[in-house]
Design a protein around this ligand. Structure first.
Ligand code: DGJ
Length: 731
């Protein structure tokens, strides 16, 4: 890894282990993007930028060299109004009402390490030697705005982390109308756009479509990243597959309203800009004030989508997630939600926990319904004290009973919400996000607390701390079940009302930072009606996320496959639930449900007391097996072998970092009569090492397993089949 400045050519070169990112300062002071791709070991030549004259393309009067490429040149941080007609990264409104801007170089610095982003989640280093950071300062001299572009190159990861900070250096207020975290101009457009889109219970489905001329975009204005679109895009060469071909990934470390805009111009150049959604956003920047935009993590690979994903997995697992649980195997848990919903009491919960403990489960999670008077989803959010009717000995009494059995205890909260039928709302009706005189739209019968307010955040931190500080709690599930409407805050002046979406997220991050550092021994899992806020921002505070409310094994094949484009298995909560499945009634075998859930952060979500002796024996066996393989699944390298988006099958394997252990999962969705036996070629093994199949003792060389493959069973009878192999290197 290195960052250097070639003085003579005025070129900045950022090197990661296998990639290079370069930009050049034009004589005019414009910062042009030069290159992002496979590593270039030698110095870059000058003269790469050839001014040309094109009709209808303006040039700058003070910069004949720009002639006349401003509307198709590659910029590092494009702005609007002085020659470039494509989507800008930054949009301003000056005191005089105009919005044209022009950014020119002022200075730069290169430093070791990676500074943090105040108030925002970001990738980090533990040692200065792990990264170098370049900051290029640009200025719009007329607007009086200084723009700091930060670029970090990592020593151990093929990733570039970018962020932007602006400062008003004028003596008048400015309005930021858009501030992308990164923009990239690529001088080609023959790409496929890869996105992760979906819906509630259908999150992060992989979509791949050819780019077309003009603007295409993905965004959220829901106050959260959302189930529907996801803050990640990749541009892949049309021929790029899982293990070959070029791909450019961009992932935004942010949990609120985002936009990823992709524009193909008249010269077949592609611009991607990613950051806070400019729609319904505005930020008033008084003289001297600073605004920090979130981080975008950019990964290039010339070895396919699989290699891009493994880079994201390692970086996010090791240098985005934090805390005591970052590197440790996670508890196998049981959650009572689908077993009881709101209808439980202390005796029922203790008997569920007892039975689960007998089967080998390590942690019991008490879900929604333990507080206030909450017998349904229409009351009590905000009243974070136990319901004495259900829990006569409180959370402490219940948690003590469960921990006395040798199990850990976890608890559900939905701390960002308030029910209109709650003591909290009756006492503070203006504590929710709302617009005066407008009716307050409900979602799941609830309103959103105004986390842009410090008093609200402090009150929630105090209420949660009271419980977390007194009961023996080892895990918290942090839920969030509606999106933002009537965006407005009782505490903000009119000229700042469009700041509420971002201020909400800043408040949320601060609350999560306070609680996770105050309770470092608690494992936090985030959730938003399943995977509605499964994003890198949340992973910085909570190292795992409930992947989806859809726990059907077959639906989960697509959801988990799509999620794995960016996120490691350690981040993905995956549970075995009852059949017929509660979300859509499908019946799958306990074996298939087990294999799918064992592909992530494993647990159960059903009434184990209702299982037959045979089923209980299988659960015992699944737990025993998962304990054997979990380190490799959670912390190994993932190789996707068959895509459920492209076929009737799904398969993947995990390889431990020392390549001595391999776990393979394969699924066959719908049966076919007379289907022939198929083979499954594995990925990532050591070709010259011999591996033994744990269940049968058969031995094969890695090269054989990767090229000839393992033979899959001939699944002809019955749908939704699966199989599993555990292979260990023969010493
Ligand atoms: C939505 C979550 O995704 C579920 O797992 C469950 O916790 C419910 N909320 C509880 O209300």
């Amino acid at each position: 890894m290195s960052i250097s400045y070639q003085e003579q050519e005025r070129i900045f070169v950022l090197q990661t282990p296998h990639t290079t990112y370069a930009m050049q300062l034009a004589a005019s002071g414009h910062l042009r993007h030069l290159y992002w791709g496979k590593k270039l070991e030698q110095a870059l030549p000058d003269g790469l930028y050839v001014p040309r004259n094109r009709s209808f393309s303006p040039w700058m009067a003070d910069d004949p060299e720009s002639m006349s490429l401003l509307d198709s040149a590659s910029f590092e941080y494009p702005v609007f109004g002085c020659g470039d007609f494509r989507i800008p990264a930054l949009e301003l409104r000056l005191a005089n009402g105009t919005s044209a801007s022009d950014l020119r170089y002022r200075e730069h610095r290169i430093q070791s390490g990676k500074p943090g982003l105040p108030g925002l989640p970001a990738t980090y280093v533990e040692d200065e030697a792990e990264a170098e950071t370049l900051t290029v300062v640009l200025i719009d001299a007329v607007a009086g705005l200084e723009v700091e572009l930060a670029y970090t190159a990592f020593r151990d990861h093929d990733a570039i982390a970018r962020s932007v900070r602006v400062r008003n250096v004028s003596d008048a207020a400015l309005r930021l109308e858009k501030i992308a975290s990164a923009a990239v101009d690529l001088e080609r457009a023959d790409f496929d756009l890869i996105q992760l889109s979906g819906a509630w219970a259908r999150e992060r489905h992989l979509m791949r479509t050819p780019l077309r001329s003009g603007l295409q975009s993905l965004s959220s204005c829901r106050g959260a990243s959302g189930h529907m679109q996801h803050p990640f895009v990749a541009l892949a060469d049309r021929r790029t597959g899982e293990e070959s071909g070029e791909v450019y990934g961009m992932s935004l470390v942010y949990s609120g309203n985002f936009a990823a805009e992709i524009e193909v111009d008249q010269e077949d150049n592609t611009r991607v800009a990613m950051g806070i959604n400019p729609f319904d956003f505005e930020w008033l920047l008084e003289p001297g004030e600073v605004f920090q935009a979130p981080e975008t993590v950019m990964v290039f690979s010339d070895a396919g989508l699989g290699d891009m994903s493994r880079t994201y997995h390692r970086l996010y697992r090791e240098r985005l997630c934090r805390g005591r649980y970052r590197d440790s195997d996670r508890y196998i848990l049981i959650n009572n939600w689908e077993a009881t919903y709101f209808d439980f009491n202390e005796a029922l919960i203790t008997s569920l926990a007892h039975e689960a403990k007998e089967l080998g489960v390590e942690l019991f999670v008490l879900d929604d319904g333990w507080f206030g008077k909450r017998d349904g989803d229409n009351s009590s959010l905000g009243d974070w004290y136990p319901d004495p009717k259900k829990l006569p000995h409180g959370i402490t009494g219940l948690a003590e009973k469960i921990t006395a059995q040798g199990m850990k205890f976890g608890l559900w909260f939905e701390p960002e919400m308030v029910s209109p039928d709650s003591d909290l709302y009756r006492a503070h009706p203006d504590w929710c996000i709302h617009v005066p005189a407008r009716s307050r739209s409900l979602g799941r019968n609830q309103l959103i607390l105004d986390y842009s307010r410090r008093d609200v955040c402090d009150a929630i931190v105090a209420m949660l701390s009271e419980i977390l500080g007194t009961a023996p709690i080892s895990y918290v599930k942090w839920d969030m079940n509606r999106h933002m409407t009537e965006p407005g805050s009782a505490q903000l002046p009119p000229e700042r009302q469009r700041e509420v979406g971002h201020r909400y997220i800043l408040g949320l991050y601060e609350v999560m930072e306070t609680l996770t550092s105050r309770f470092p021994d608690i494992l936090f899992e985030s959730c938003s009606g399943g995977g509605g806020r499964f994003d890198p921002g949340m992973l910085y505070y909570m190292p795992q996320t409930w992947t989806s409310d859809n726990s059907d094994a077959i639906s989960r094949l697509k959801i988990q496959y799509g999620t794995s484009m960016v996120y490691p298995a350690s981040a993905m909560g995956a549970h075995v639930s009852a059949v017929p499945n509660h979300q859509h009634g499908r019946v799958t075998s306990l074996e298939t449900r087990g294999h799918c859930a064992m592909s992530g952060n494993f647990g159960y979500e059903l009434d184990v007391r209702k299982m037959t002796a045979e089923e209980k024996a299988m659960v015992r066996e699944q737990i025993r097996r998962y304990k054997e393989i979990r380190h490799t699944v959670l912390f190994g390298d993932l190789y996707r072998l068959k895509s459920p988006f492209e076929s009737n099958e799904a398969a993947w394997n995990y390889v431990s970092r020392d390549r001595k252990e391999v776990v393979v999962m394969a699924f066959y969705i719908l049966a076919e009569a007379d289907a022939k036996e198929r083979r499954l070629r594995l990925g990532g093994l050591d070709p010259v090492r011999k591996y033994r199949v744990a269940a049968t003792g058969e031995e094969y060389y890695g090269e054989f397993l990767m090229n000839y493959g393992l033979t899959l069973p001939a699944w002809t009878q019955g749908d939704f089949k699966s199989t599993f192999w555990h292979l260990l290197a023969v010493e």
